[in-house]
Design a protein around this ligand. Sequence first.
Ligand code: FMN
Length: 328
Amino acid sequence: MRRTPLMDQLGLTLPVIAAPMGGVTGGWLAAAVSEAGGLGIVGAGYGDLDWVRRELDEVVRRTTRPWGVGFITWSLARRPEVLDLALAYRPAVVMFSFGDPAPFVDRAHARGALVFCQVQTVAMAREAVAAGADVVVAQGTEAGGHGARRATLPLVPAVVDAVAPHPVVAAGGIADGRTLAAALVLGAQAAVVGTRLYASAEALAHPRLKQRLVEVSGDMTERTRIFDIVRGLNWPAPFTGRAVTNAFWRRWHERPEALAAAREAVAPAFEQAQAAGDPEEGLLWAGEGVDLVRAVEPAAVIVRRMAAEAEAVLAALAAPGDGGTPSA
Ligand SMILES: Cc1cc2nc3c(=O)[nH]c(=O)nc-3n(C[C@H](O)[C@H](O)[C@H](O)COP(=O)(O)O)c2cc1C
């Protein structure tokens, strides 16, 4: 695989980064991606200390290669001790998403971590660099889980230009070799992959939910606040979450205020459905790239195939006189 400066800096052989999916990217998935030559980022989510300790124990047990840990920044502000806990494990990368990273960047740098900030606009990208980010992750609205409104295709090159010479990583809709190649063509030095790796053997998720990812289309995903409302999570603007539309969504998506009012009555059944992996009455985050999820597979198979296919796509595009579309 061709190399980018960021890959060299981190010692990666694949330009693929496992997204810090809260509660889903645990130590097993992160280590599997790191061992395959990419970078696995454990998703610390809302900062449950016991979960983070267990999963970081797992990642250091399973790999000696570089790995990272990712935080939801606005929630970290309420529970900063989880950052100190994570830094004690010596991650190569710390990623901050969704909120002002400024209060935390110095602490991560002091422990030798490279700081990634995931952003959703060009203005946020500039702010992240001003706050001390080493690497900017430009996340398009196609992404599964939380995000905002700009699309990956125009956002990535705009962020590349805005923050040069800082490296940029693309996120949102990258789920096969073609989309990975596209991200590299746009100037990204690697891609953050969430939805595709949610459907991996190592992801911490109910098997029914992983199987549902194989069945659904990107046509069936929408950005919404209802799954935060029912979980009692007060996400700040402008963030919404992209999820698979289901029976729960159809009942509430046009009535978020009514859901907020009925939360105490509705939440127990929702939580039960979630625990049972019920894709109709629970929550299934997924991005538009879910069309490209064809099977639940080991993470190493997924990321190695993505990189090999991307390489083939880029080689075919570079071949003189070959105007054909490479199969991928
Ligand atoms: C199930 C799921 C959970 C996620 N949780 C988080 C999270 O806790 N923190 C975070 O920074 N990003 C989270 N994300 C977003 C990812 O970091 C990433 O931007 C996104 O998955 C990339 O788009 P893709 O899903 O199309 O690959 C999540 C994404 C998914 C699919």
